[in-house]
Structures are given as structure tokens and as C-alpha cells.
Design a binder for this molecule. Structure first.
Ligand code: LRH
Ligand code: MN
Ligand code: MN
Length: 426
């Protein structure tokens, strides 16, 4: 844990320049009729959950290059998220993956979460790997398997996840299925869907009434001929058949290249089925890179849809779970997460700047250039002083990555946990 004094000292050398930049931006925005302080309040409120499996180096199937000092237990993972949240005030919850994060000491975990000002965001089931004591293999699927015993085991696992989550105060359960087939003819496509629907209905029945069940889609990997839930349409129809507590989860990396993700987001929001996000960055597929690193304009356009829908009084208000889902090989995982949250907040801030009245006028008048210019004006505004001020007002660091390095966090974690400590996860 960093102390308040430490954070204060880390901010001190950056303050003069920050004020200069912030005052300039606030004046500029005021001229355009926008209130910087109002925008900051919205940024301070915005929270993105951190996945427990992103706190260690993910690696690829070819190799893994551990950062050192990786968390060895759920308690240490919570500690790492607490650190991130101290630095940016924007990551006050954590997503857990079962069985990587099976909670043991429930009372102790509650105490720890309270001390760190954190909560559990979403539980995630894992029926894509076989575990040691497991009776049946998931080699040929889980909730869609032809073998009833496999399906029952997978259903029970999901119900167990909900039970762990209930113990820890979570309210969201996420189901991502690796189920599918690798070869034409291997699986009966319609029957696989129907079995999945039936299994999901059994899980949904065990869902407490104040919980949401998120259904995540992915077009390929680990199966490459067909995935049982390959796209948002399939997730959507499954949700429709389950009930209002079932919602679609959009993982940015789970689309074929060039998919118009912002349109999917707008569509789901309009249909009242947008339940959550897994943010990450992707150029080819499920690359799991830093959110917004390669396609910042796309991230902005996604937030533009969200902000627009939130301001549309004809739509019912919705609760969207914002989560990161990324883990990779080259960066310090905590630095990567700080960068991801920073890019997410930046995209959100820019979307808040869009002049919606002018945009609507331009759209209605079919003024293509004007409409695009309005978006470009917002996107090209340097909002970093707003985001920095939001961090500062939440008691965090003006520049979280710099503060993290200056405080020598990774070196301390290595000293405590060792150079070769391994985190459970991908
Ligand atoms: C699948 C996925 C899903 C899993 C996570 C580890 O690619 O995005 O969300 O739970 O990765
Ligand atoms: Mn995901
Ligand atoms: Mn993924």
C-alpha cells in the first residue's frame, strides 16, 4: 500500500505543469459551453473492474516471460488491485475466475476488500480447461456437450461460481464458452445450440434475483470451424430465451477484423441487452493488448455510442459492467492495466465532449462532413488534464504509471514475493 504522503510527494513535482494545462483546457471548454468540473465528476464516478488473471504475465503458447513479484494468492491479487486503485481511483473492483481464484477464508477476504475499498465485480466460470479432480473432460465441450454428465458437471461448476460470488458480495456471473468444433460435420450445429440453451437455463434458475448473467461471444478460438456462441446475435437470442437478467457481454477482442463494434454496442443498448464489456486492444483477434493502444478512435466511437444512449431519454437506463480482460507477455501487467484504464477514461472523456445537438442537426441534414468534424473535434481534444485531475480528486496520482515507477512498486513486489512467483491464470 502507498501512503497518502507518498502519493502527495509523487504529485508535487507535476502540479505546476498540471495546473497550467488544466486551466487552459477548462477555459477552452468553457468557451464551448462545457463545464470541466462537471466532466471531472463523471470521470471520477467511472470505474473499470480489473481481472484477477491480468495481474500476472499471460504469455503465449510459445513462451512466458514473468515480470517477477506476481501475486501468488487471491489475497495478493486483491492487494495489487488495491494498489492500482490507489494510483488512479478508477479500479475499485475485481473480476474473479474460478477455479483460479477459489476463495478460502471468506471473512478474511471481506475484511481485506473493505480495507482496500474494493468489491468483487464479476465471477467467471471456467469450462475450457480440465481440472485435476474433475470427473469428465471438456475436450468436446461443456454446456453444449453431447454427454449429459459433462453438461451437468459444467452446470454445477457455474452454480458453484455463483455460490462463491454470493459469499463475496458479487452480483454478476459471466459465462464464456470455449465450446465448438474444429471440423465440418464434427458437431450438429443446431443441436449444440439447443443443448447450450438448456444448460444455460439451468444455471439461470440458480441466479439470485439481484444478479446479472453475462453471456460472452467469440467467433473463433479455441475452436476454429464453429463456436457455439460465435456472435452477438447468438448471445442475444440466448439472453432473450433466458430472461431479463441475462445480458450480452462484448469483449472487444472477440470480433473478426474490421467489425463495426460500436454499431453492435449501439444495437445492444437499444435492445436493452448490453450488460458488460471486456476491454482490451486487438488488431487481429483476441490479442488481449492494452485497451486503446492501437485503435483509440474505435474506442472513442464505442464510448460515443454509450454516452449517446445514456443521454437518450427514450431508452431505459441500463447498468453496464465495465471490465478489462487482457493479459500479455511483454509489459509489467500493472503498468499495462494503468495504461488501459487511462485510455478508457480518455475515450470516455472525449465522448462526453461531443456536441450532441450539433451532431444530430448535421445528421438530420445529411451533412456528412460536419458530422464527422464534430466527432473529430472531440476526439482530437487533449483530455489528459481532465483525466489527471479526476485521478487527483480521487486521491490518486496525476500520472499513475510515472508514480508507480517512481515509487518502485514492482521492485518491492519482487522483494516480497520473489522473482519467479507465479500467478494463476492464463
Ligand atoms: C476468452 C476470454 C473469456 C475468459 C477470459 C480468460 O477468450 O475472453 O472472457 O473468461 O478470456
Ligand atoms: Mn473476455
Ligand atoms: Mn478473450
Amino acid at each position: 500500500m502507498l501512503t497518502e504522503d507518498q502519493l502527495h510527494d509523487l504529485n508535487q513535482p507535476l502540479l505546476a505543469e498540471h495546473h497550467l494545462q488544466f486551466d487552459y483546457l477548462a477555459d477552452l471548454l468553457a468557451r464551448r459551453g462545457q463545464d470541466a468540473h462537471q466532466l471531472i465528476l463523471q470521470l471520477v464516478e467511472f470505474q473499470v473492474a480489473i481481472p484477477s488473471w491480468a495481474l500476472g504475465t499471460g504469455g503465449t503458447r510459445f513462451g512466458r516471460f514473468p515480470a517477477g513479484g506476481e501475486p501468488r494468492s487471491l489475497e495478493e491479487k486483491i492487494g495489487d488491485v488495491g494498489l492500482l486503485n490507489q494510483l488512479n481511483g478508477s479500479s475499485n473492483s475485481i473480476s474473479l475466475h474460478i477455479p483460479w481464484d477459489i476463495p478460502q477464508d471468506i471473512a478474511g477476504l471481506h475484511q481485506l476488500l473493505k480495507e482496500q475499498g474494493l468489491s468483487i465485480d464479476s465471477m467467471n466460470s471456467n469450462t475450457f480447461q480440465d481440472q485435476k479432480e474433475q470427473a469428465h473432460t471438456y475436450k468436446f465441450g461443456s454446456l453444449s456437450a453431447t454427454d449429459r454428465a459433462v453438461r451437468e458437471q459444467a452446470i454445477q461448476h457455474n452454480i458453484d461460481c455463483i455460490r462463491y460470488g454470493t459469499d463475496l458480495g458479487a452480483k454478476v456471473h459471466t459465462v464464456w464458452l470455449a465450446d465448438g468444433s474444429n471440423f465440418p460435420g464434427q458437431s450438429h450445429l443446431r443441436r449444440a445450440y439447443l443443448r447450450t440453451q438448456e444448460s444455460l437455463a439451468a444455471i439461470y434458475e440458480a441466479l439470485p434475483s439481484d444478479w446479472t448473467m453475462l453471456i460472452e461471444y467469440k467467433p473463433y478460438e479455441p475452436n476454429f470451424y464453429s463456436m457455439v456462441i460465435p456472435d452477438w446475435g447468438t448471445s442475444y437470442t440466448l439472453c432473450q430465451s433466458l430472461g431479463q437478467q441475462a445480458q450480452v457481454l462484448v469483449d472487444l477482442g472477440h470480433h473478426l477484423p474490421n467489425t463495426n463494434i460500436e454499431q453492435i454496442v449501439g444495437r445492444l443498448r437499444q435492445l436493452g441487452r448490453l450488460g458488460g464489456f471486456h476491454f482490451n486492444g486487438s488488431g487481429y483477434g483476441d490479442d488481449d493488448l492494452t485497451t486503446g493502444s492501437a485503435k483509440p478512435f474505435q474506442l472513442f466511437l464505442i464510448f460515443n455510442e454509450l454516452v449517446d444512449a445514456n443521454q437518450d431519454t427514450s431508452l431505459t437506463a441500463s447498468t453496464v459492467a465495465y471490465m478489462i480482460d487482457a493479459s500479455h507477455n511483454t509489459k509489467d501487467p500493472l503498468e499495462d492495466l494503468l495504461q488501459s484504464v487511462d485510455n478508457i477514461l480518455g475515450a470516455y472523456a472525449k465522448a462526453l465532449l461531443v456536441d450532441r445537438t450539433a451532431l444530430q442537426e448535421a445528421q438530420e441534414a445529411n451533412d456528412t462532413v460536419r458530422a464527422e468534424e464534430i466527432l473529430r473535434d472531440a476526439f482530437l481534444t487533449d483530455v489528459r488534464p481532465l483525466v489527471a485531475e479526476a485521478y487527483r480528486q480521487s486521491g490518486g496520482a496525476l500520472h499513475p504509471v510515472r508514480a508507480y515507477r517512481a515509487a518502485g512498486v514492482r521492485q518491492q513486489l519482487i522483494a516480497q514475493r520473489g522473482k519467479f512467483s507465479l500467478s494463476t491464470g492464463l
